[in-house]
Design a protein around this ligand. Structure first.
Ligand SMILES: [Zn+2]
Length: 160
């Protein structure tokens, strides 16, 4: 099953209420409507760890979060902390500011990373701490947690 397709058919997104996310700043997160299904992941990032949805029944990870396991349709979804050890699956260098607020970030790197201990998951993120010409397919990466902005907590990745 195509995971992205399945995610688009999940329950509709709801505005973030802040009621189920202790420790997170409402003012930082309220600018953006965030699906409730992402809250355990965001709470993990705010603590400095990566939580991914995991099916107890078929023992597989998936991404994005969704109400049912995309592999076996089970509703028993738990969250597991992964080490953060990752590999670069794909990337692109963005050199055009699609929004004025991104102008000072150029060029930035959008990447797709896989996890050593969460097979099947590919996370869209940013690469930092590396020049575009030094990027290599499959390079080992470590997480860099970013809670400094006025937006929601993020995880970016940097070469080991
Ligand atoms: Zn399953």
């Amino acid at each position: 099953m195509n995971v992205i397709h399945a995610a688009s058919k999940g329950s509709p997104s709801k505005a973030y209420s802040g009621e189920t996310a202790p420790g997170l700043s409402l003012t930082k997160m309220s600018e953006e409507a965030i699906s409730q299904e992402f809250l355990p992941h965001l709470e993990g990032l705010a603590r400095g760890d990566i939580q991914l949805p995991y099916c107890i029944d078929c023992q597989k990870f998936h991404w994005y979060p969704m109400p049912r396991c995309p592999h076996c349709q089970n509703r028993e979804i738990h969250w597991k902390t992964v080490s953060g050890d990752a590999k670069l699956f794909s990337w692109t260098v963005v050199r055009h500011a699609f929004h004025p607020s991104l102008k000072d970030e150029l060029p930035y790197i959008v990447a797709l990373v896989t996890f050593e201990d969460a097979p099947g998951v590919r996370l869209v993120t940013n690469l930092v701490g590396v020049a575009p010409e030094d990027i290599r397919m499959g390079m080992s990466l470590r997480p860099v947690f970013d809670n400094s902005s006025q937006e929601r907590p993020k995880v970016k990745f940097s070469p080991v």
